[in-house]
Design a protein around this ligand. Structure first.
Ligand code: F3S
Length: 278
């Protein structure tokens, strides 16, 4: 089977940076999974003895704690800093930005709207920076907007870094038509766009598409849904073990892309395996 890789795929700047940080601190541990990729987390454990805390209570004095790429809630960071542990912040700078916007705008009396998934660690962290938690609202879909009660007439919006910009625009349009003042911050990350645009282009020209990434990674799921729009036979896998020969029957060209937390060695294993399929 012939394989063509997307022109942009895999690790983004923030993930590369977090992994470099983790590799520099052997025998440390991360607060929450560093990135959304279990295989890479296992590699960091095996090669650098980088462990994982499930919660703050596990942290002991003199431990080195690495903050995950998606960030953690404000109070957790404060508690960690108050302990004697050494805190290394590997939060992606593009995640720190919406955290700081929410902090500043809510201090200035704006109601906050976050477009994102309220159960995602990044969104939980960003939300925690709001002054009045009852006036920080999170929505996933535009339909949810009518149920919101903003306390202020001024609204500031941010988006989860991996969200689709078109959907964000719909939400912003809705708000502008109904409110006197709306401050819109485009916090969607370019790295996601680049991988998305490349996946869109590639999925138009191939017979089958394989998207590699964590099943709980929102940017990987989004890549998969973009590919599906153009190529019905698009599959989401975490590694080469999940490949099924039947996907390639009667197909000539297979496109491959990968989410922003997928390491190159996993992508290479997938490509090698697909190339061997007749
Ligand atoms: Fe950061 Fe963007 Fe990656 S927010 S973690 S560079 S997808």
């Amino acid at each position: 089977m012939k394989v063509k890789l997307a022109s942009s795929y895999g690790f983004c700047f923030g993930v590369k940076r977090a992994i470099k940080i983790a590799e520099a601190y052997e025998n440390s541990a991360t607060m929450g999974p560093l990135i959304h990729n279990q295989d890479e987390i296992n590699r960091l454990k095996n090669d650098f003895n980088v462990g994982l805390y499930q919660n703050l209570k596990e942290v002991k004095d003199d431990d080195t704690v690495i903050i995950r790429t998606h960030g953690i809630p404000k109070n957790d960071l404060k508690d960690l800093k108050a302990q004697k542990a050494k805190v290394i912040n590997a939060t992606c700078p593009f995640v720190t930005t919406p955290q700081q916007i929410v902090k500043k705008m809510s201090k200035e009396g704006y109601s906050i709207l976050i477009f994102g998934d309220s159960s995602h660690p990044e969104v939980k962290g960003v939300k925690s920076y709001g002054e009045d938690q009852d006036d920080v609202h999170v929505i996933m879909e535009i339909d949810e907007i009518k149920n919101l009660n903003f306390k202020n007439s001024k609204i500031a919006t941010v988006a989860q870094t991996t969200k689709k910009k078109e959907k964000y625009l719909e939400i912003v349009n809705h708000l502008i038509l109904r409110n006197k003042e709306v401050r819109v911050f485009n916090t969607i990350c370019d790295a996601t766009f680049e991988n998305q645009d490349a996946a869109r282009d590639l999925s138009k020209e191939v017979d089958v598409m394989v998207v590699i990434g964590g099943k709980n990674s929102s940017n990987t799921k989004q890549l998969h849904s973009i590919c599906k729009e153009n190529c019905e036979d698009s599959y989401l896998i975490e590694n080469h073990n999940e490949i099924e020969n039947s996907w390639f029957e009667g197909k000539k060209l297979c496109g491959v892309t990968a989410g922003a937390s997928t390491p190159d060695w996993i992508i290479q294993e997938v490509v090698n395996k697909i190339e061997k399929i007749n």
